[in-house]
Design a protein around this ligand. Structure first.
Ligand code: TEU
Length: 585
């Protein structure tokens, strides 16, 4: 009972239905669906596998690795953008939504990839990037050509003010969010790079175009969408200047447009409700209240959102500060304390963040055990897990020595501004070695061959991490005790295991600065997860209630000691999963 009161104080939105808590939110039985039960694997196609030697990953490359994905045991692939694009932001700048990027292949290749996935029982969700297009999109070319063009209102144009842009809004990728273009001397809005003009969602024609392209891909057989920066689509049309405080977090204003829910509900009614699909929105900048509205099952908007809190813990812009395990635990507790009308998405890294083993583990001495520990963490949380390519083989951050080695538009766009603000190049480089998006974008390391087996060419679009001779999928597949096989085992344990999927989450030691320990209590069993998230040995006593628990999986060879989980000696980065039939709550 003590546990229950504690949890109640965390949030009113509790999953438990207790005597003290009989609201609809607490007592409604969970609606069980496939996208809550399955595990997702993100592919960043540019960096996954190249089939034609040009140094850029492609769809045939993915096709050649479908058996690898099947062996791993993931259920859904999320493919980062595969559409025609001039690649100012690696495909997050789309020139034609109905064409495949030529470097990646053809529509036939897409069909072959989709069939290959479906034949293996794997679903495919694709990236929906509709806050902005490329400036090379036909709509924008038309829009820019004159004020009277029928496409003018597809984008957001405003006259300048006092010889400058319409207001002081910044772009995430450096400089003003406004750019002057075309013969009429007006400015267009771009929250990201200049080559990514924002669409005008106020225009019903734009919305109809978006719904049309969504249907186009769903009718081809896609199983859903990851929605890029979806909370940014509705704009504050009075375009107020930001004060100094707001300028520190422009995304908060950008993500609070008045018509967001209306637009998404319309999209749901027009498109999503007509298919059995899953949707996950990138909840960039949104408040907790807004997040809950977006994913409330009663509101018919989107299924899941990615909250940035975990992957970005300790981050302030490009600065990476230290963080405490207690903070991380708090974030997982918050996410799993949602009521049964909400379901969390859990992830530790993606293509916009550094490698999880480098950020949350120890990518040197304890790379292998800490990568396995993180596998256990992400696959035993309450929520749909999203893995990122390379995570399953323990890929690490890239050791950047100079700015020439970066490709990212975010760094190139912000570089001058950051240096002009008085930050030294060394300091900026030091932080980027912790925080850069390019860490996640180096080619997938398939083998110890040239270019890590990513390409048969002699150059990859972004340099391969020099540790590829040791860290590669070939080694991982061959070693029965590898990180890959640990992921595979955990995915297998999780599959169809309702207690581990839907079971209540409870952090049994929230104040322990070194050990992350929690239970998942379902109808048949309670699982106990114990993670020593440090380079030091320690002892941990979950208590007599766990005496009869049996070890299901551990990331280190068994050491002699007491059976059961009542009292434990833990080695650095040791991770254990126990199962007990008795409920301890
Ligand atoms: O990301 C949005 C996003 O949150 C980050 O790019 C963010 O702006 C940046 O890292 C802040 O430091 C999505 C995509 O995931 C990303 O790859 C794209 O660059 C971006 O949108 C624009 O489409």
């Amino acid at each position: 009972m003590k546990h229950c009161y504690l949890l109640l104080s965390i949030s009113l939105l509790m999953a438990n239905c207790t005597e003290k808590n009989t609201t609809e939110e607490a007592c409604n039985p969970i609606n069980k669906t496939w996208w809550k039960e399955q595990a997702v694997y993100q592919i960043y196609p540019r960096s996954f596998k190249d089939s034609d030697g040009d140094g850029i990953g492609d769809l045939q490359g993915i096709i050649s690795k479908l058996d690898y994905l099947d062996t791993l045991g993931i259920d859904i692939v999320w493919l980062s953008p595969h559409f025609d694009s001039p690649n100012a932001d690696n495909g997050y700048d789309i020139r034609d939504y109905r064409k495949v990027m030529k470097e990646f292949g053809t529509m036939e290749d897409f069909g072959q990839m989709l069939n290959g996935l479906h034949e293996r029982g794997i679903k495919l969700i694709i990236d929906l990037v509709v806050n902005h297009t490329s400036d090379e999109h036909e709509w924008f070319q038309q829009s820019m050509s004159s004020k009277d063009n029928p496409y003018r209102d597809y984008y957001i144009w405003r006259p300048g003010k006092n010889g400058g842009p319409p207001n002081n809004w910044p772009s995430f990728f450096g400089g003003s969010a406004w750019e002057k273009a075309g013969p009429d001397g007006e400015y267009y809005l771009h929250y990201f790079a200049k080559k990514q003009p924002d669409l005008n969602w106020e225009n019903p024609k734009v919305r109809a175009e978006v719904y049309g392209l969504m249907k186009f891909w769903l009718d081809k057989g896609a199983d859903g969408f990851r929605m890029d920066v979806i909370p940014l689509i509705s704009k504050h049309l009075d375009f107020p200047d930001m004060d100094a405080e707001m300028l520190k977090h422009p995304e908060q204003l950008y993500a609070s447009g008045p018509r967001l829910h209306e637009f998404i509900q319309e999209m749901n009614a027009e498109v999503l409700s007509k298919y059995d699909v899953m949707t996950v929105g990138e909840a960039f900048g949104v408040s907790p209240e807004l997040t809950q509205r977006l994913t409330d099952e009663r509101r018919n908007e989107i299924n899941l959102v990615f909250l940035f809190d975990v992957a970005r813990i300790g981050r302030e812009g490009w600065l990476q500060h230290d963080w405490a395990l207690k903070e991380l635990k708090g974030l997982f507790t918050m996410q799993s304390a949602l009521d049964n009308f909400h379901w969390p998405a859990v992830f530790l890294n993606n293509h916009d963040n550094p490698r999880s083993v480098s950020k949350f583990g120890n990518d040197a001495e304890y790379r292998v055990p800490s990568a396995k520990l993180l596998a256990m963490l992400i696959l035993t949380q309450r929520g749909t897990p999203f893995l990122y390519q390379g995570e399953e083989i323990g890929m690490t951050n890239y050791p950047f020595h100079s700015f020439d080695e970066f490709d990212d538009v975010e760094i190139r766009g912000n570089y001058a501004q950051i240096l002009a603000s008085g930050v030294s190049e060394e300091a900026y480089l030091r932080e980027l070695n912790k925080s850069s998006r390019d860490h996640a974008r180096t080619p997938m390391q398939w083998s110890d061959d040239n270019q890590a087996g990513f390409t048969s060419g002699d150059k990859s679009w972004l340099a391969v991490n020099p540790n590829y001779r040791e860290v590669n999928a070939k080694n991982e597949l061959a070693g029965p005790n590898s990180i890959f096989h640990f992921y595979r085992q955990l995915l297998e344990i999780r599959k169809g295991n309702e207690d581990l999927i839907y079971g209540d989450y409870f952090d049994i030691a929230p104040d322990n600065p070194q050990v992350f320990a929690y239970t998942r209590t379902g109808t048949k069993a309670t699982y106990l997860v114990i993670l020593n998230m440090s380079d030091n040995r320690t002892t941990f006593e979950p208590g007599p209630a766990y005496e009869n628990y049996e070890l299901v999986l551990s990331n280190l060879e068994a050491e002699s000691g007491k059976p059961g989980a009542a009292s434990l000696e833990l080695r650095p980065w040791e991770a254990r999963l126990y199962r007990g039939n008795n409920s301890v709550r």
